[in-house]
Design a protein around this ligand. Structure first.
Ligand code: ATP
Length: 306
């Protein structure tokens, strides 16, 4: 017997609810199109991404690949054009303005690349950390000091931004982002303006926040020092997730990194550009299913018509 319309609707809803399950961050076929002066730029072209609660993930990709767009969507600053974006069970597309404000105040914390953008210059480090708590109507006297201590900048509590180094300012910025106990922190090139030694300290502070407070952390970065030290690095190309590198420790304590291509739900994957050019793969490829892998070959030369 053919299913009724209501059965079909129920099936479609079940299918949707299943994608991502209880992942902390779910991006499903996410699309963001910018329109400027009649020209459309597709910054995200059906991006899929799942991140579990408590993960520390780096996002890498060439300039213009869509990394900041993704972070702006996850931070609630920007609304995608289509698809699904869900954080901690909250739907970022259908959220009301009031819920969005609450989301940005207490579910997510943000750290920008420009050190000067993260802190108010006329407030001390401790006052900067207290500010988001005050705005959310919370007053927890000890928390600012505790967070600054956790991130190794307790000694900066009474200093203003101009009296701190770039690395100290970024660690205070992490404390500000953590002030309202968010579930997720997002950092856009947090070490972009810093030298390698200072970068290491800032990354270490992010890692400590992730491990000790259990907060999920997503870091957009060009810095190999960051991207090569996380358990999972997601590569974005042309507005889609194209690769993932997973790192694990083997029995001898050596870190093993394995790079994977990402297969989306309908079976699409992006072949690395250097693989494509090495075998002159273009437009059409021949696929063959073997017992434990799939072979990909350049298409045979088309027989000429004469
Ligand atoms: N507000 C905007 N209006 C129009 N186009 C935009 C806007 N923001 C981003 N874009 C375009 O969307 C695409 C993705 O940009 P995005 O900033 O997300 O890339 P990115 O990977 O973060 O780059 P970078 O590493 O240089 O910061 C680019 O082509 C960019 O020019």
């Amino acid at each position: 017997m053919n299913p009724t319309l209501s059965e079909l609707e129920a099936r479609a809803t079940r299918h949707k609810a299943a994608f991502g399950g209880d992942a902390h961050i779910v991006c499903d076929n996410l699309v963001r199109i910018y329109k400027t002066e009649g020209v459309e730029v597709v910054a995200l072209q059906g991006l899929d991404l799942l991140i579990d609660k408590g993960e520390l993930v780096a996002i890498v990709g060439a300039s213009g690949s869509g990394k900041s767009t993704l972070l702006n969507v996850l931070s609630g600053l920007d609304v995608p054009t289509a698809g699904v974006a869900r954080v901690a069970g909250l739907d970022l597309l259908s959220m009301s303005a009031r819920d969005r404000l609450r989301y940005r105040r207490s579910v997510v914390g943000f750290i920008w690349q420009q050190t000067a953008r993260n802190l108010l210059p006329y407030l001390s480090a401790a006052e900067n950390v207290e500010l988001p708590m005050k705005l959310a109507g919370k007053k927890r006297e000890r928390r600012a000091a505790e967070l600054l201590d956790l991130l190794g900048v307790g000694y900066c509590a009474n200093r203003k931004a101009a009296e701190m180094s770039g690395g100290e300012q970024q660690r205070v910025a992490i404390a500000v982002a953590l002030a309202n106990s968010p579930q997720l922190i997002l950092a856009d090139e947090p070490t972009g303006e810093l030298d390698s030694e200072t970068s290491e300290q800032v990354f270490e502070a992010l890692r400590r926040a992730n491990r000790e407070l259990g907060v999920t952390a997503v870091i957009v970065t060009h810095d190999p020092l960051v991207s090569e030290q996380v358990d999972r690095t997601v590569g974005i190309r042309d507005g889609r997730t194209s690769s993932e590198t997973l790192r694990r420790e083997d029995a001898e304590g050596q870190i093993i990194a394995e790079e994977y291509a990402v297969l989306d739900r309908v079976g699409r994957l992006q072949l690395p550009r250097d693989f494509m050019s090495a075998l002159h793969l273009e437009r059409r490829v021949r696929l063959e299913l073997e017992t434990d892998h799939i072979g990909v070959w350049p298409a045979r030369e088309e027989p000429s018509s004469d």
